[in-house]
Design a protein around this ligand. Structure first.
Ligand SMILES: *Cc1c(COP(=O)(O)O)cnc(C)c1O
Length: 361
């Protein structure tokens, strides 16, 4: 099987093995050690000397946690969206009664720092800025440092929250150095863990915002998670097996080394873009904003995307549709993956495309 969807990503055998071991009770000493180890690993991948917490839930739960912990009812906040995951975050905020100000860019485009600065100047009461690092629906990697720098030139103390679900571990993301206040990621993408956990990093300015926020929260209350984390505990039953798997996945990632992982992912993205181009599939994102973890491309005219994906699935090669389900597709190259698997998936795509063209003739 060649699973090339953007999460859950394939599990390394060591991760599967780790999850089959004895499961400690979540109030045991063993669990406290497990949580402490995972927290220390997460600080490295978030590049922070500050706090990292592990929430039990999917990445979307982490996005909701960011909203309810940073904002107050009716408070204006800026959501910069370049695709469906950015849009999801804005919708979560709307569901909680936040006065969402949207700055949207067309599919395949990255967010423009100048436009963000302009919006912040035009709407001086915006309480926080929400950015997507890698927009998984279009394969765009936003220039996070440039966006944050442009925003802070207008509003030096603005709280910045980042969706790093499909970038943390695979693309450079420096929580402290870039001044990010709350970063959300998920266990099942580049971190090579199973689905079920949402690690978050919070800066001192982030914590001040968490204390000031007035949106209702209970399960996702970071104040409570922080108090318990100081005692190596979690407020509720955590996904203990998933933590065992995540520790193993993070162990592999850190053994490879983050810089080596960034290089590997960038090379896989270049490979995917080159092969797709040869097959006539034009990537949505331009080279400068190409995601290292997922590539979205236009399906060449005349070919039916669903039929292509169906043919691939029959060969146990799993790609997925893009933002426009009828004419874009996506291939993920994140986590536990090497060039041979990307090559094989795209060779299969080439064969499926030729077979479909033959049928059409
Ligand atoms: C996968 C993903 C999410 C959602 O994560 P779930 O674990 O599916 O809830 C959010 N944002 C981005 C950028 C993603 O790639």
């Amino acid at each position: 099987m060649n699973l090339r969807i953007p999460g859950p990503t394939p599990l390394p055998p060591a991760v599967v093995q780790a999850m089959l071991g004895k499961v400690p009770g979540h109030r045991s000493r063993q669990f406290e050690e497990l949580l402490a180890e995972v927290t220390a690993q997460l600080r490295q991948v978030f590049a922070t000397a500050g706090e990292a917490l592990v929430l039990t839930g999917s990445g979307t739960g982490g996005l909701e946690a960011a909203v309810v912990n940073l904002l107050s009812p009716g408070q204006p906040a800026l959501f910069v969206t370049v695709g469906s995951f950015g849009e999801r975050w804005a919708k979560i905020a709307e569901a909680f009664g936040v006065a969402v100000s949207r700055l949207a860019f067309a599919p395949g485009q990255a967010a423009d720092p100048a436009a963000v600065a302009e919006r912040l100047r035009a709407e001086p009461d915006l309480g926080a800025l929400f950015l997507t690092h890698c927009e998984t629906s279009t394969g765009v990697l936003n220039d996070l440092p440039a966006l944050v720098e442009a925003a802070r030139r207008v509003r030096p103390d603005l709280v910045v929250a980042v969706d790093g679900v499909s970038s943390v571990g695979a693309a450079p993301l420096e929580t402290d150095a870039w001044g990010l206040d709350l970063v959300v990621t998920a266990s099942q993408k580049a971190l090579m863990g199973p689905p079920g956990l949402a690690p978050v990093a919070v800066s001192p300015r982030g914590w001040a915002a968490v204390e000031a926020a007035r949106l209702p929260r209970y399960y996702w209350d970071l104040r409570r998670a922080r108090r318990d984390a100081a005692k190596r505990q979690t407020p509720f039953t955590p996904a203990v097996q998933d933590l065992l798997g995540l520790r193993a996945g993070l162990g592999l990632l850190l053994a490879e080394g983050l810089p080596a992982s960034f290089v590997r992912h960038a090379e896989l993205a270049r490979l995917a873009r080159a092969r797709l181009g040869e097959l006539g599939f034009r990537p949505l994102a331009d080279e400068a904003h190409a995601s290292p973890t997922v590539t979205a491309a236009w399906v060449p005219g005349g070919l039916d995307c669903r039929a292509l994906l169906g043919r691939l699935e029959a060969k146990e090669v799993y790609l997925t549709a893009g933002h426009d389900k009828s004419c874009t597709l996506r291939i993920a190259h994140m986590g536990y993956v090497r060039a041979v698997e990307v090559e094989a998936a795209l060779a299969a795509l080439g064969e499926a495309a030729s077979a479909l063209r033959d049928v059409a003739l």
